[in-house]
Design a protein. Structure first.
Length: 319
């Protein structure tokens, strides 16, 4: 069993973190996105944002982001650096200067430094993926510190974005199905079950926190917004509305012309049908639930294909 941390591993984790922070260092301030302000407000108030999960706001609050935005991005850089070092060790590679410098150079041609330098939760997709792999493939060989790092990353990371529970639940399902066909490559069922339970516990904790703060047990204050946005962006909403509006009224029925559009345009553009069709949160929640159910019934293959494609894009797309 290779123990973590040690002075050498900690030193390399810090070195990798510095590489990951180069865009912010070059900019002389953490990189900010339009959503960063809403996450900061949630950190200050410790209340869920309107359409996002509270997880990253709590990360900001816990790491000192209400004092300086450098704190959360340095913390996420150190987290990813530690996970990368532990992954290198798990792969059986030596922590030599040549190997680690090659890793640092490789990171510079990826989107990792840019994501890490942003006051945004995007970096947690990669962090949770590494932690999940370490848990599934190497749990018996991990020391107590690494187990805490891995479990904490999965628990906290799942809560940082509304898509994370679905994406990683799908990943674990694929692992379980693949394990049924190839026991040689499959992780122990107990470990897979424990990781799945940790993902579920994170979701329950997130919903419970929201219930305590808003009286609604949901992942976000407006859980239907992104679901509806993806149904519109994928064209599934348009197809179902074209078939069902004659017999089942939906709020978007009068706005079918040109409805399929990028999710950003649908949700954030003031002239979007979204703002014309929905006047209250209750109307949005109820209509989205009915539309999603109609899509599942009448477009099951299209919905499955869309979910799989979107989940894959979450792992490989860099904006």
């Amino acid at each position: 069993m290779t123990r973590f941390p040690s002075a050498k591993k900690l030193a390399w984790a810090v070195a990798i973190a510095l590489v990951l922070l180069l865009p912010a260092i070059w900019n002389r301030y953490p990189l900010l996105y339009s959503d960063s302000g809403e996450y900061l407000l949630s950190a200050l108030s410790r209340r869920p944002p309107r359409v996002r999960t509270i997880g990253y706001g709590l990360w900001m609050w816990a790491t000192g982001g209400t004092l300086t935005l450098w704190a959360p991005i340095v913390a996420q850089a150190l987290l990813l650096g530690a996970l990368l070092v532990r992954t290198i060790v798990a792969l059986g590679l030596a922590l030599s200067s040549r190997q680690m410098l090659a890793l640092c150079a490789a990171l510079l041609v990826t989107g990792a430094p840019w994501m890490t330098s942003e006051a945004m939760p995007d970096v947690f997709a990669g962090a949770v993926l590494l932690a999940t792999w370490l848990a599934l493939a190497h749990w018996p060989r991990l020391g107590a510190a690494t187990r805490a790092l891995v479990a904490g990353t999965i628990f906290a990371g799942i809560a940082t974005h509304v898509t994370m529970p679905a994406v990683f639940a799908l990943l674990l399902l694929v692992v379980a199905l693949a394990g049924g066909r190839s026991r040689l490559l499959a992780p122990p069922r107990a470990v897979t079950g424990a990781v799945a339970a940790l993902v579920a516990f994170s979701v329950v904790a997130l919903a419970t926190f929201n219930w305590a703060r808003t009286d609604h047990a949901a992942l976000t204050r407006k859980p239907g917004v992104f679901v509806l946005g993806h149904l519109v962006e994928s064209g599934l909403a348009s197809r179902v509305l074209a078939d069902r509006c004659a017999v089942e009224p939906f709020a978007l029925c009068p706005f079918q012309a040109g409805l399929t559009r990028p999710i950003e345009s649908f949700i954030w553009n003031d002239s979007s049908p979204f703002y014309k069709a929905y006047q209250t949160e209750d109307q949005l929640r109820d209509d989205t639930r009915r539309l999603a159910l109609a899509v599942a019934i009448h477009e099951p293959l299209g919905l499955t294909s869309s979910v799989l494609a979107y989940g894959a894009r979450q792992f490989v797309t860099v904006e």
